[in-house]
Design a protein around this ligand. Sequence first.
Ligand SMILES: Cc1cc2nc3c(=O)[nH]c(=O)nc-3n(C[C@H](O)[C@H](O)[C@H](O)COP(=O)(O)OP(=O)(O)OC[C@H]3O[C@@H](n4cnc5c(N)ncnc54)[C@H](O)[C@@H]3O)c2cc1C
Ligand code: SF4
Length: 486
Amino acid sequence: MADPKGFLTTPPESPARRPVDVRIMDWKEVYEPFPHSSLEKQAGRCMDCGIPFCHNGCPLGNLIPEWNDLVWRQNWQDASERLHATNNFPEVTGRLCPAPCEAACVLAVNPEQSGGAVTIKQVEHEIADRAWDDGWVTPQVPGRLTGKTVAVVGSGPAGLAAAQQLTRAGHTVAVYERADRVGGLLRYGIPEFKMEKWVLDRRLEQMTAEGTKFRPGVEVGVDVGARELKSRYDVVLLAIGSTVGRDLPIQGRHLDGIHQAMEYLPIANRVQQGDLAEPTITANGKHVVIIGGGDTGADCLGTAHRQGAASVVQLEILPEPPAQRSAMTPWPTWPLMLRISSAHEEGGERKFAVNTEEFLGDDSGHVRALRLVEVRMVDGRIEAVPGTQLEIPADLVLLAMGFTGPEKQLADQFELDLDTRGNIARDASYATNVPGVFVAGDAGRGQSLIVWAIAEGRAAASAIDRYLTGVERLPMPVAPTARPLT
Ligand SMILES: Cc1cc2nc3c(=O)[nH]c(=O)nc-3n(C[C@H](O)[C@H](O)[C@H](O)COP(=O)(O)OP(=O)(O)OC[C@H]3O[C@@H](n4cnc5c(N)ncnc54)[C@H](O)[C@@H]3O)c2cc1C
Ligand code: SF4
């Protein structure tokens, strides 16, 4: 156990965010460095509960009390070993995970008395960064090759985690990615201010040194057909994500200046990667309206401020959640509560319980305003409140209302069954209806989180390894049917 009195004597502490007026002038990550000595104290708040509920919050099965104890004892290298035992990319989850583990931490049962959960995500972040800084993360080249080949289609966290597991198990793995760079949403969705891309590149270098082959700029189904891929490899793993953005087919949708979030964010990322001098869709000087109050919307918000937007309004159809955990979502479930991300702290207005009825255009066919109406819940249904229509100005509208599933063309080409929600159907072993074709990540689960994508990639790798060798050798952290604690 870490410090037996830790949580009684040490209040929770997280790293400070850089001042808003400084950080919106650049694209660097928003957090200040956190001293190792402070982090050791934070790790010491872990009580090593008999039943660590944090394990139920984290689909990876991260060994949280173990590495908390090791950090508290200043044994960072062993902590890194325990962390990497269950998570291929802790430097990513340490930065980007919403930390369902912390919502399930026993210290979160009664935060008024305990001060709140152990800052697990921060401990993970610091262990991972220190492991890289001190040279403990090295390529793990397999001792012998099996002669079996695997094509992974899609290079987001699910595809990368599966590729790393399978390469280390001795299989010959090639990752196909239609974008010009590898990383999936980690590369072109998530903005630099949440994770600078050198963090990803460093991990890809390790994977390349281990033997994983990367084939960026190749779209499976177009540049190489399903049949060809299946005949070239023993196994194909589809990790193509959930990329179809939910649309808003209302009057005026055809107007210029209305874009899906994932048309807008990749361009901003490309500017940071040095591909473009200026973004081809920019918020600079514009009145921006973001439709969708979730994380993708928050990423658009932070991006718009950095581009110099004149104003930004983020709309959410649901009512404003309570400031603290709602009684409807008791511990240890993921709490319904108002979340204030770093992007919200940087400005903009949030409007809750409003629906967009119409986009209004100017004479040149460009959007100029939105007509909104207030809404309320009646018998579980959202209904407009009569007489509450209002118009707000908009030169740029970003649709961030979630994703409806994977693109269907590839599933058609492979002749794959879909489930009732339009995702690629799989059995308990992540296998599709086509022998030798597996699916992992958002393509099978639907829109989710990085931590689930990594867990699915690891689990699918385990199932594929068993399919190829007949032996159970790799860990399988989650079943395809596993769901977050709700
Ligand atoms: C803007 C945004 C921000 C997010 N922020 C967070 C966050 O902060 N924290 C968090 O936990 N989650 C976040 N998420 C969710 C998270 O990014 C996803 O759940 C996760 O990336 C899913 O991983 P994946 O590997 O299944 O798919 P993806 O990351 O979507 O990767 C799929 C890849 O497959 C490629 N592909 C598709 N079809 C083909 C083809 N035919 N041939 C070759 N390649 C193909 C795509 O180009 C893509 O690169 C965010 C999502 C978005 C959209
Ligand atoms: S990956 Fe996410 S849920 Fe798991 S321990 Fe880290 S922060 Fe918590």
